[in-house]
Every structure is written in structure tokens, then in C-alpha cells.
Write a protein that binds this ligand. Structure first.
Ligand SMILES: [Zn+2]
Ligand SMILES: [Zn+2]
Length: 349
């Protein structure tokens, strides 16, 4: 079968022929409907070097945002998994036996340091292929919802959902403000989730005008880039600042802007892996405010994301690419030419 393979550190992936996988014990074999191309894949093949934190050893098939149809199951899989039906696949893989894994939070597995890989598509073969194997207990039924549009929600929906639900106590009550920085795949869906789950006024910011327009269509007030960005955002809150901020970029300037927009008692969640830093001191932080990071989400969170997708509360914007054009999806993603999410459809006719 054909697959998008990350072959060597620092190298653009290749579209190549690999053996069709077999489902091992506890695994399901998925015929891939859609695999989302994510910005973190670019970090995986462009930035990371051997031995660096977060580096995943090549070669492996990319694709950690997957949905498809179960083709077969390995030994020991629940008979509730229906062969032929459409499922979303939760990507992160923990040890399966620690406090975090017991709660379905395999992202925060206590034994992650000794695991051979992070996730399907991150160290272990992923979904940018005709077939992929996944732990069967990671599958969430999609019913008759479109698995191609659903695929990117495995990260681009799950990550903002987890960050937002952790911050909900800060957004309960009247007159609350949420700030979304970065309106790519995650930020756009973040605005939709904030709209559905909170009554907060949502302020969103991005350098791209088209991205701001789409966020406005989802219910946000938007602010462009520029030297007075923080002032304009604070002015929208009557000067008080925002109660929760979500930085989907995480670079130095965005973390600084988010921190400067915070209200007392607010929560700043850095979600993007842009490597920005934040200096804390008694006099520079608003009283009783929090700065934290969140990474991906839990299996249960993904069940709830799928519920919101089925209910029409999350409306992913996807651009479909055939397997022939899979590398083109990554080229355009790197060039910043994808709005929403690029989804490769290996089995589309
Ligand atoms: Zn991702
Ligand atoms: Zn674990």
C-alpha cells in the first residue's frame, strides 16, 4: 500500500510503498477515510533532531488525526467494535496501566519516557496510508457522520476542547471574556467550542484577514496584529482583561501578548508548541492568575468532541487531497496556504 513516510530527521517525507499492516492483539485495522495533516508533523520532520525531547525516531508513516472504517480486528478485541462501521481514532498511546492512562489521559502517561512511541503517527505508523492499525479501545463510533471531515478533530478538535474544558471555571458567570490567539485549524474550532460551551464574549486574533473573517462567522470579535493589539483587546474588555486565553501559537510574541491581556484570576493556556517563554514575578503577573500548558486531550474528551461534531456544534473546514497529492498537502501547509485543515483521503475513488 502507499503511505507518506517520514524517513530521516530534517527531510521532507516521501510517498512510498510499504507493507499493509496486520492488527495485533487488541488492535483494529482501519481502512483510512481521512488523515489530517498537522503543523506538528512539520516540526517532527523539519525541526527535531535525534534525542531531543519530543523527537520521534524515523522511519514511520505520518498521520495522527485519523478516521476510517474497521476492516478487521486482532485477538481480544471487544465484539462491540463493528467491522465495516466508521470510527474516529484517538491517537496518543500510553502504557495502559498508570493513573493517567486509567482515566484515558494517555497524553500524560506516567511511563511515557519508557514508551517506544508517543502516538499513532508519532513514532508508530500513522494514518497517511491506505490502512493503519490502532488500539481498538481508542475507537469512537461516528455513526453516519462523515469520517473525512471528522478526521482532523482527533487533534484539531480534541486539543482546543481539552484546553477549553480545563478553563471553564474561569468562564462561568456574566461578563466573561475569552481570548483565542492563532486562527488556524485549532483556533477556528476553539472559537466554535467556546461558543457552544460558554456565554463568554470571544475575542480572536490572527494576522490573516481571511482567518479573522471565518472566526467572526463563528461568533468571535476579532482584532488584527499590530503594535496596539494588546491595548485594543484590553479595551474590548473595558480594561479589565480576559478571564481565559488560549494561545494556539505559543511563540514568544504571542505568549507575551496573551500574558499582557490577562485579567486578575485569569487562566492563560499555552497550547501551541512555538517555544515561547514567560517570566513570572510577583509584580508582573496579575494577582491570582494562572499560566499553564495543555497537551492534546483524553479519550473521553474525544467522545465529547465527536458528540459536538454530530450535533453540528463543531464544523471543521477541510480541504481534501487524494493520495497522489498527499505531499502537496504538506508543501502547502508549510507554505501557509491551507485554511482550515488539509485531509488526505487514501481510499477515495
Ligand atoms: Zn497534531
Ligand atoms: Zn500510562
Amino acid at each position: 500500500m502507499r503511505a507518506v513516510v517520514f524517513e530521516n530527521y530534517g527531510e521532507f517525507p516521501s510517498l512510498t510503498e510499504v507493507p499493509k499492516p496486520e492488527p495485533g492483539p487488541g488492535d483494529a485495522l482501519l481502512r483510512v477515510a481521512g488523515a489530517g495533516a498537522c503543523h506538528s508533523d512539520i516540526s517532527v520532520y523539519r525541526l527535531f533532531e535525534e534525542g531531543q525531547p519530543g523527537a520521534q525516531k524515523p522511519p514511520f508513516v505520518l498521520g495522527h488525526e485519523n478516521a476510517g472504517w474497521v476492516e478487521a480486528v486482532g485477538p481480544g478485541v471487544s465484539d462491540r467494535i463493528e467491522v465495516g462501521a466508521a470510527y474516529m481514532a484517538y491517537g496518543p498511546i500510553g502504557c495502559g496501566h498508570c493513573r493517567q492512562c486509567a482515566e484515558g489521559r494517555e497524553t500524560y502517561c506516567e511511563n511515557a519516557a519508557t514508551m517506544p512511541y508517543l502516538a499513532v503517527g508519532l513514532g508508530r505508523d500513522g494514518g497517511m496510508a491506505e490502512y493503519v492499525t490502532v488500539p481498538a479501545h481508542h475507537l469512537i463510533p461516528l455513526g453516519d457522520a462523515d469520517p473525512v471531515a471528522a478526521a482532523p478533530l482527533a487533534d484539531a478538535g480534541l486539543t482546543p476542547y481539552h484546553a477549553i474544558t480545563q478553563a471553564l471555571p474561569h468562564l462561568h458567570g456574566g461578563g466573561r471574556f475569552a481570548l483565542v490567539i492563532g486562527l488556524g485549524g485549532l483556533g477556528q474550532i476553539g472559537v466554535q467550542i467556546l461558543c457552544a460551551l460558554t456565554g463568554a464574549t470571544i475575542i480572536a486574533t490572527d494576522v490573516k484577514e481571511g482567518a479573522r473573517k471565518r472566526a467572526e462567522d463563528s461568533g468571535a470579535i476579532t482584532v488584527g496584529a499590530g503594535p496596539d493589539q494588546v491595548e485594543r483587546i484590553r479595551a474590548l474588555t473595558g480594561g479589565r482583561g480576559v478571564d481565559a486565553a488560549f494561545d494556539f501559537v505559543g511563540a514568544g510574541p504571542t505568549v507575551a501578548a496573551a500574558a499582557a491581556c490577562m485579567a486578575q484570576g485569569g487562566r492563560l493556556s499555552v497550547v501551541g508548541i512555538g517555544g515561547g517563554t514567560h517570566e513570572f514575578s510577583f509584580f508582573t503577573n496579575p494577582y491570582e492568575s494562572y499560566v499553564t500548558n495543555t497537551y492534546w486531550g483524553s479519550i473521553r474528551d474525544l467522545w465529547e468532541v465527536v458528540d459536538m461534531y454530530k450535533a453540528g456544534q463543531i464544523r471543521p473546514e477541510v480541504e481534501r487531497f487524494s493520495m497522489d497529492d498527499a505531499l502537496e498537502a504538506y508543501r502547502r501547509l508549510e507554505a501557509g496556504e491551507i485554511s482550515g485543515r488539509a485531509v488526505v483521503t487514501p481510499n477515495a475513488r
